[in-house]
Design a binder for this molecule. Structure first.
Ligand SMILES: Cc1cc2nc3c(=O)[nH]c(=O)nc-3n(C[C@H](O)[C@H](O)[C@H](O)COP(=O)(O)OP(=O)(O)OC[C@H]3O[C@@H](n4cnc5c(N)ncnc54)[C@H](O)[C@@H]3O)c2cc1C
Length: 545
């Protein structure tokens, strides 16, 4: 049996589900195939960062994800370093990871501690309400063949029955061992070493009450026997533990879990093992993200150590960037340049995050152990004080990465029109909202209490903060090109303070594509932004400068 579809997404992990959600919102007919029939209870990602929460809000599921997060809402997101769970405290980062809501935050949604499987469940349920999307679990992509403006995909169900789907586009969201990537002949470039680690999920009754470090989300355990990171997965008895940088010659599978836990805790810890998940810390990036009509997103295109919590989060960014562009191509208003801009925009973001994650992984609990760290008396105190100072100095950036999350700039994008202003600094651990094209549009709470972002909708938005709302010339130019455009007129003091008096063209993913005066020529601008052609892009970009 042969089915015809616009997009086949291979892989129903968080990124594939995110891409299907984005495509479904644009009405693109897609089929998502996932070889597993159950959700893994191994909570690899446990942090949905600020940017992800913004995107989940945009998809209408942020509240539901928060509601289902197993840690109680009042659970502090402190990160504590200690010699053992029942040992000496070394350092503490209160409200790490930006999970608390604060007045004046430059974002509408703080980050949320929530296991990856909860987000996957919520997205899957939402997809069931999107008529354009079909989700087929227990189905594996086996082969693909690009020909005649389409891709013939061979699928196999759990019973071994094969079927064929003809898709106009295929996206590999199939993780670090991507089948799509192999089938289209894309190589992963290895950057740096590969190091084994062991993840565990445990039920440990009484553990939370058995220590004096207070409630936190991470406890970094700094001792020679069991350097590790651990934390509660819910408000009850379930914990995760990561034994990091396992030494050469020790097979992660052979590690005695009871002993490891006892050494990390600093005493007996009754428990039941729920899951064991050995994983490799490595940095790899695909040498291309697209071959013909097949593209790669998420871990299929880039992997890095999880320190800093970027993998799934960055993958959602890929899903949104690619999703609206692919929808534009399928709707006929976009040119090839728009699709090329996916790699041009995302690769620098990926490289930057890979560098951050690699730097984070270079300073683990393993590297913080010093002689006499657990000794009683002044010598022990002095050793702990020195290590604590080092942690505060050298680890803060990992837990305060707001600039890495929100400060990405689409520097080399062919579909963003520079305004001639100089690029501001990009420190990574702080963030200043910026109106320049290629930056995330500033967040504003409007006078009526709504978030400006919620007014943008899912397509291009022309933001006008001035008194005159007649943008008929823009709407006519957009209609002529078939590009969906919403004029968002907000003569609101808060919006004017953030955006000034001019106009700003905001893309579906919330990045500013152009800003300028009302007198600008809309057609030329829209032609660049929709990637109508490289030549047109250059000319219009020059014209608009
Ligand atoms: C210990 C650890 C902690 C982490 N913590 C965080 C964190 O806090 N925050 C964060 O953002 N990230 C974190 N990550 C990274 C995060 O888990 C990954 O980046 C994320 O899962 C990638 O999502 P994905 O959808 O691209 O790939 P995956 O989650 O790997 O999903 C790919 C899917 O494709 C399916 N598939 C594969 N081949 C086929 C095929 N041929 N046909 C059909 N289906 C197929 C697989 O079954 C799988 O379900 C962590 C990772 C680890 C190891």
């Amino acid at each position: 049996m042969k089915t015809e579809i616009d997009v086949l997404i291979c892989g129903g992990g968080p990124v594939g589900l995110g891409l299907a959600t984005e495509l479904g919102r644009h009405g693109v007919r897609c089929l998502l195939v996932e070889r597993r029939t159950t959700t893994s209870l191994q909570p690899r990602a446990k942090l949905a960062n600020i940017r992800t929460m913004e995107l989940l809000r945009r998809w209408g599921v942020a509240d539901e994800v928060r509601r289902r997060a197993p840690l109680p809402a009042d659970h502090p997101s402190d990160i504590v370093f200690a010699t053992r769970l029942r040992g000496h405290e070394l350092a503490r980062f209160p409200n790490a990871l930006s999970t608390a809501r604060r007045d004046g935050d430059p974002f509408p949604e703080p980050a949320q501690q929530v296991p990856q499987y909860v987000i996957e469940d919520v997205l899957r349920e939402r997809l069931a309400q999107q008529p354009a999307v079909e989700l087929r679990r227990g189905t594996t992509l086996k082969a693909l063949d690009q020909r005649d403006g389409g891709v013939i995909c061979e699928l196999q169900d759990e019973g071994g029955v094969r079927s064929t789907v003809e898709a106009r586009w295929v996206v590999g969201a199939d993780g670090a061992r991507s089948t799509v990537r192999d089938l289209i002949g894309v190589e992963m470039r290895q950057l740096g070493p590969v190091t084994p680690n062991l993840g565990l999920v445990l039920r440990a009754p009484g553990l939370a009450e058995s220590h004096a470090l207070g409630r936190a989300v991470h406890y970094w355990i700094v001792n020679e026997e069991a350097p590790a990171i651990m934390g509660p997965l819910d408000g009850g008895e379930v914990w995760w533990l990561q034994a990091t940088a396992i030494p050469d010659g020790v097979a992660p599978e052979s590690i005695d879990v009871a002993r490891l836990l006892e050494q990390a805790v600093g005493g007996p810890a009754p428990h039941e093992l729920i899951a064991r998940d050995p994983w490799l810390a490595a940095c790899r990036i695909a040498d291309r993200y697209r071959v013909g009509r097949a593209l790669l997103v998420g871990d299929a295109a880039h992997v890095h150590p999880p320190m800093g919590g970027y993998g799934m989060n960055m993958g959602f960014g890929d899903a949104v960037d690619l999703g609206w562009k692919l929808a534009g191509v399928l709707a006929g208003w976009a040119g090839e340049v728009l699709l090329d801009s996916y790699e041009a925009e995302r690769r620098p973001v990926h490289k930057r995050v890979i560098d951050e994650a690699a730097a984070n992984y270079r300073l683990l609990s393993n590297d913080l152990v010093v002689e006499g760290l657990e000794d009683a008396g002044d010598a022990g105190e002095a050793a702990r004080g020195a290590v604590g100072e080092r942690i505060v100095r050298d680890k803060a950036r990992e837990f305060r990465s707001i600039g890495v999350q929100l400060g990405a700039r689409l520097r080399d994008s062919p579909v963003v029109i520079p305004d001639g202003t100089a690029e501001p600094a990009d420190p990574g651990d702080s963030y200043e909202p910026c109106l320049r094209p290629g930056h995330r549009a500033p967040h504003v709470w409007l006078e009526d209490g709504a978030a400006l972002y919620d007014r943008f909708g899912g397509e291009h938005a022309l933001l006008d903060t001035g008194p005159d709302a007649d943008r008929g010339d823009w709407l006519a130019a957009a209609a002529q090109r078939g590009i969906p455009l919403r004029v968002v007129h907000v003569p609101d003091a808060a919006a004017r303070a953030a955006y000034g008096e001019g106009l700003a063209l905001v893309r579906p993913d919330g990045y500013v594509a152009w800003r300028g005066e009302a007198a600008a020529e809309p057609g030329a601008i829209l032609d660049v932004v929709r990637g109508a052609s490289r030549a047109a892009a250059t000319t219009a970009a020059e014209a608009a400068r």
